[in-house]
Ligand binder design. Structure first.
Ligand code: SF4
Length: 430
């Protein structure tokens, strides 16, 4: 049987994937990149988490799903400062249930986005956000800028589907019609096909963007170079951008994680805003996990805040740095955590991972990750987009419907159903 489906390998959510099935087995796929193919093949791989378990002091015991859910509810209710973290690889339905659970237990809910692309919301609230859909980019963009992002690694089909190689209504000549600019601290994969490659000194993005804004306003700078980039080059780039019809800046973690953090993005968004006095210019995040952007939308629409939402005072309250997971963990404030679809044990610095290993951990995941290995309670879940349906937001904030085409092994529940079951238990115990 043949299915057309969506890949959840990254936030590009490619919706042209063809899968051939023989019974419950994937026999061939079309249009997936290597990254997406790996995700599809892992669905029937050996690293799946199939049985729930509960860890007591020195033993691990396989339990039924209802016992695991009961234990999870107990941990959350006994905690003073529980945090629900992850959500970038969960459906919108699971995220809404997660917010309800946080409200029910008076806890904090935060997403992986608060340490990556969630800060788009912070920066945009101060400088506005000129944006567009990827379809518009494909049809109109004749300037494509990658700033601190390398889609060759993170979103392998980005160039071919939407930005550089694709042909749209007004970009019939494709690559020949577009100018590609790459700003990075090193020569990345995408740098190899750039028309203009700007090597920025590490941690100097803010200085460079500020210089670009001044040059755009017609100021003459009294230096030879800024952030290692000659002033003449900056002037030439700005002049080229002004003369073109439509520009798009795809920004990634290279910009957001360099010194200045969200202030870098705020400055970049202002530059984009100011470019619109001369031509059309937009900015788009190169978000990683397939529904990172979805959490920010869902949380903003349900609570008024994009991430790090604290329900301990009754009404939702958020203050980045105060109610965000990483900082709370650093301060030793968290006394229980529910981690969903995320692997902080392998991605956090050692000191934070050690702190995480010292508190009761409920882990909801499809795979046996390092975080699952440290779980007090582990609950397997169906893979969203393969074994469970739902909604996810693409990197350009377009909602995409995901449909299941395989049955989950061992009748595992979807992440949304697991969270709803925990809510029911919590309500009964409360
Ligand atoms: S680019 Fe991303 S969404 Fe598209 S096939 Fe590759 S991993 Fe999947």
């Amino acid at each position: 049987m043949r299915f057309k489906t969506v890949c959840t390998g990254c936030s590009l959510l490619c919706d042209d994937i063809i899968v051939d099935l023989e019974g419950e087995k994937i026999v061939s796929t079309f249009n997936l990149c290597g990254h997406g193919e790996e995700k599809f093949l892992r669905a029937r791989g050996t690293e799946r988490l199939l049985k729930p378990f509960v860890r007591s002091r020195d033993s691990v015991r396989e339990v039924s799903i209802s016992e695991a859910i009961e234990k999870a509810a107990e941990i959350l209710l006994n905690a003073e400062r529980p945090v629900l973290w992850g959500w970038g690889s969960s459906s919108v339905e699971a995220q809404i249930a997660g917010i309800e659970l946080a409200r029910e237990i008076g806890g904090v809910i935060d997403s992986t986005g608060s340490i990556c692309h969630g800060i788009t919301w912070l920066a945009a609230s101060e400088s506005g956000l000129y944006t567009a859909t990827l379809g518009e980019v494909m049809s109109r963009a004749d300037v494509v800028v990658y700033w601190g992002s390398d889609p060759g690694h993170s979103h392998p089909r980005h160039l071919s589907r939407y930005s550089v190689l694709s042909r749209g209504i007004y970009t019939q000549s494709g690559y020949e019609q577009r100018r590609v600019y790459v700003f990075d601290i090193r020569r990345t994969r995408v740098g190899k096909i750039a028309n203009v490659l700007i090597e920025v000194e590490p941690n100097k993005d803010y200085e460079l963007i500020t210089a670009m804004r001044l040059i755009l306003r017609g100021k003459k700078l009294q230096f030879d170079s800024v952030a290692g980039v000659p002033i003449k080059t900056i002037e030439k780039v700005i002049q080229e951008w002004k003369e073109r019809d439509f520009g798009v800046v795809f920004y990634g973690m290279g910009l957001l994680a360099s010194r200045g953090k969200y202030r870098n993005l705020e400055a970049l968004l202002k530059l984009v805003w100011e470019m619109n006095e001369y031509t059309s210019f937009v900015a788009l995040p190169m978000a990683g996990h397939f529904n990172t952007i979805g959490f920010n939308h869902t949380a903003t629409w349900v609570t008024g805040h994009p991430s790090g939402i604290d329900f301990s005072r009754g009404a939702p309250y958020a203050n980045p740095g105060e109610t965000t997971f990483v900082e709370m963990l650093q301060r030793g404030e968290v006394d229980a955590a529910l981690i969903i679809g995320s692997n902080p044990m392998s991605s956090f610095p050692t000191e934070l991972a050690r702190k995480l290993s010292q508190i009761p951990l409920i882990v909801v995941d499809c795979f046996r990750t390092l975080t699952v290995k440290h779980a007090t309670v582990a609950i397997p879940t169906a893979i969203t987009g393969i074994e469970a349906g739902g909604i996810a937001y693409r990197m350009d904030s377009v909602p995409i419907i995901l449909r299941e085409f395989l049955s989950p092994p061992e009748s595992i529940l979807s992440d949304a159903d697991i969270i709803r079951s925990i809510i029911e238990k919590v309500k009964r115990k409360n």
